[in-house]
Design a protein around this ligand. Sequence first.
Ligand code: SF4
Length: 454
Amino acid sequence: MDLKAEPKIDVNTIDLKSIGTQIDFGEFQRKILKEIEYKLAILTDGVSIEEEAMEGVGSLWKENINWLFDYSTDREVKPGTVPPEDCRLPMGTTVMINYNARSPHHIRKENGQLILEKNGRFLTTVEWLERPKYYSKLTSDGTPMQKVAPLFGDCDVCVNFVNRCMYFKTNDQCLFCNMNPTAEWHKEEVAARKLAKSVGEVVKAAFEEGINWHIVLTSGTLPANKVTELAVPYVEAIRVELGWDTVPGFLNPTVVRDLSEVDRVYKAGLRGLGHNLEVWHPDAFKMICPGKHKTIGRERWIEGLKYAVSVFGRGNVYSNLLMGLEPKESFLEGVQAQAEMGVFTPCHPWMVLPGSKLEGYRAPQVETMVELTSRAVDIMEKYLPEVFTPEIWSSGHTAGCDRGNLLCAQWQEIRRRTGFTLVQPNDVGKGRLVYIDRDHLIVSSPYVQIGKTA
Ligand code: SF4
């Protein structure tokens, strides 16, 4: 198979009905706004799921794999029952399932259709995401591919190459984080060792089944430059396996000791980098991220972000800020300062994770998360307009895209304003995407030309 072949699908020749339904822009915007609310509600309040609705999860539909954090407020599902990883709303918004048996939100099946309710009132229909075919395959060393690199949403192929963070050893972990407890609780779900060659094989298998993926390379914090040293062979193995010059997606390390490591990652072929500051205010950073504060420090962190922009370019570097762990104005000041540096801010609602130091607290209010997401996008529209271009919006370089990033809603808010709709090869024939017109359909990676940009 020639992976660098000419476009597989030309947008001008495809039957648009085979990928979805056309809709007018006003209706599109109203519906996306509702989906932003539902997404942030499921993330923060969680959702309970009736047993019948979980039928087919793990065979037809993608099951939850705790490859990074355990995101469930309530870890007690019925023994033998695996909840789904994610769901898709009718406009295409993908959402992480935060399982919470006590949530006012509930998913159940009615006449064969999954529906989302709040306190018994209908909100919307939902669907689980198809289980990728590669989940049933093995790598050449005999490891199940899903244990090497699971799929997040429709298109983020995720590799957490060391799922332990050194800050837990000194009790300096970020207060919201549960990486090490997650690794202990779910040992059987992920491979202890992920060979670079195996990762190359998984992404090739994903590509061959029509998933236009972005790679997500992440790890717990390790000393000095260890994370980038470990990451580079994965990027190179992907390039070799697919015969590509560059790799879409990103690496998400803490700021490394030797900044020339950033150049090395870029030269290896990766085109996105993230250094998550998590909170903007200096006092909040010291309290919420004690390990990062003690070993790197906020000033050095900002220096690292600026350096990364000088290498990767504006809009190809990101830094998460969590909504709900500092005053609103401080969060927005951070979004603006980062945008002015050329750094994109994924706006994550703080999810109260089990096993974190903040377990047992209440999640932030949905209305506030919707407001902050919208105000943050206003700021980025003004100070970082690059992320409104189809190239960056669809690249997956900045914490995924609107179909891959299950954990925040700023991509949906940008989509609401631009009308962009991502299409990938395995959408054809499904008839489920919603779009405005042919000119708003855009490619989801530089490697398979399946659409044209407006
Ligand atoms: S740096 Fe913080 S958020 Fe990242 S894995 Fe370590 S404790 Fe968790």
